[in-house]
Write a protein that binds this ligand. Sequence first.
Ligand SMILES: [Zn+2]
Ligand SMILES: [Zn+2]
Ligand SMILES: [Zn+2]
Length: 142
Amino acid sequence: MKSEQVVHRFKEKGYKITPQRRAIINALLLAKQPATAGELLQELRDLFPDISLDTVYRNLKLLTDLGLLNQINVKSGETSRFEFSDCPHHHHLVCMQCGASRCLDYCAMEKGGLAAAEEHGFEVVGHVFEIYGYCPGCRGAN
Ligand SMILES: [Zn+2]
Ligand SMILES: [Zn+2]
Ligand SMILES: [Zn+2]
């Protein structure tokens, strides 16, 4: 996903692109791993000393609602991580201790789960599936 595509989608939906909004998009594009609102806030503070966690979080939620981001760790609100949704469909491991997440290049639902849904006469349009546990770093510390 390119910054201009995201900006285009915002404008299409009638939203204004503020400098803060553009900076949030760029910070997330540069992130190597899915990022939390708090991590993005730290990067943006140099540029925007007044920016609040709430502003970052609300913009991430808006991008998610527009279909531009995937939300990871959906269970825990403010520690949710976000990544752009133009990557191939995949799932995540979520560490319950440090909140780290890893992308898995694998869909556990494709065969079993989705077939079962169809057996119930259900037309499937999407699904969310996350694996919770402890990452190697946190396991070592315990
Ligand atoms: Zn961990
Ligand atoms: Zn991912
Ligand atoms: Zn899947």
